[in-house]
Write a protein that binds this ligand. Structure first.
Ligand code: ZN
Length: 337
């Protein structure tokens, strides 16, 4: 498998005339698209070569062999990258300019967010794509944006065993966040949600996220799908939305966040920081715009599992009223920054 090194990739694109800075973008793009493998085939056979040239995109009219040829591929890709690079000339932050260039050159039809998965994948490669002798390389300044916006970079997607969640939300719009305690470690949660729950007494279960004690953030279920975290409404439930949504499984209108540890554990600063920033991000990007009415950062929309299931989950997450109110206020403050 002909995999080019970072130095070989720089040599290739500079030989074709890539200017300083643009060379770095095109090399990082090759790493993101193919790992530097000139023979890489993806997208069901449609995408070929270092830059995964699509047979209906920039690779239109080219044979597979031509798209595998680094010089042929570079000859077509460089002008596309050059156009996008020039269009992004007014962006001062080098990492943002590089990412915008990549997104525009590789995906001219879909103007993707700087915080999309493709963008994050590219930015990781851009940070490591430094030629030998290149010294420390370009600085990698943080993306502009608040502590809340950066949360998306921090998510590690773990996935979930298919029986432990359901696709979609049956048309119900999410409007609240429910906080949980994992009664275990982050690694334990990763494993638990990713195996069949078929032991005696088990039932399918999952959450959208889990926050580790060191502030790690793992995701299991897409927020557009239903996690099985807090579906049982029990007598004594105090959540106001329970009455408003009478008869509707709370999993359909909530996004659930687990926290590593045991009920009664003190929440570490790092865990608190990630939990509140994630909650703020979810309100801004998933709840305020979900189409549900009356969504607000308040105690009615940030719930403890115990507010829904006070009989069997009274200790979940085990935060008293002062702590949960502090969480609400911190989220509100983050969103005002
Ligand atoms: Zn819970």
């Amino acid at each position: 498998m002909p995999v080019l090194t970072i130095d070989q990739l720089f040599e290739l694109v500079r030989r074709h005339g890539a200017e300083d800075g643009l060379d770095h973008v095109i090399v990082a793009a090759a790493l993101a698209e193919s790992g530097g493998n000139t023979d890489a085939i993806g997208d069901g056979g449609h995408s070929v070569g270092l830059w995964q040239m699509h047979d209906q995109g920039l690779g239109t009219g080219m044979t597979v062999a031509e798209r595998k040829d680094p010089d042929r591929a570079c000859g077509v890709m460089l002008p596309a990258f050059k156009r996008a690079w020039d269009n992004a000339a007014d962006i001062a932050n080098p990492e943002v300019r590089a990412t915008r260039t990549y997104l525009d050159a590789e995906r001219p039809e879909g103007f993707e967010s700087l915080l999309s998965t493709a963008a994050i994948h590219f930015r990781d490669r851009w940070r490591i794509a430094i030629p030998a002798g290149g010294g420390a390389g370009p600085a990698a300044p943080p993306l502009p944006g608040s502590a809340v916006e950066r949360i998306w970079d921090e998510i590690v997607f773990e996935g979930c065993f298919p029986d432990n969640f359901a696709r979609g939300r049956q048309g119900i719009k999410p409007e609240a966040v429910v906080l949980h305690i994992a009664e275990g470690t982050l690694a334990g949660v990763d494993g638990f949600f990713n195996r069949a729950h078929n032991l005696p007494g088990e039932e399918p279960s999952s959450a959208h996220f889990c926050v580790g004690k060191k502030g790690e953030l793992h995701q299991y279920v897409n927020t557009a799908d239903m996690a099985f975290a807090n579906g049982r409404v029990e007598p004594g439930a105090t959540a106001k939305l329970i009455a408003e949504n009478a008869g509707i499984n709370p999993n359909l209108w909530t996004i659930s966040i687990e926290h590593e540890g045991r009920s009664g554990d003190e929440v570490s600063n790092a865990q608190w920081d990630t939990s509140t920033r994630l909650t703020a991000w979810l309100f801004r990007h998933r709840l305020f715009n979900s189409g549900a009415t009356g969504v607000a950062v308040d105690r009615n929309h940030i719930l403890r599992h115990g507010d829904i299931s006070p009989k069997t989950r009274a200790g979940c997450p085990g935060w008293d009223e002062l702590v949960i109110q502090d969480h609400v206020q911190t989220v509100a403050r983050l969103l005002a920054e």
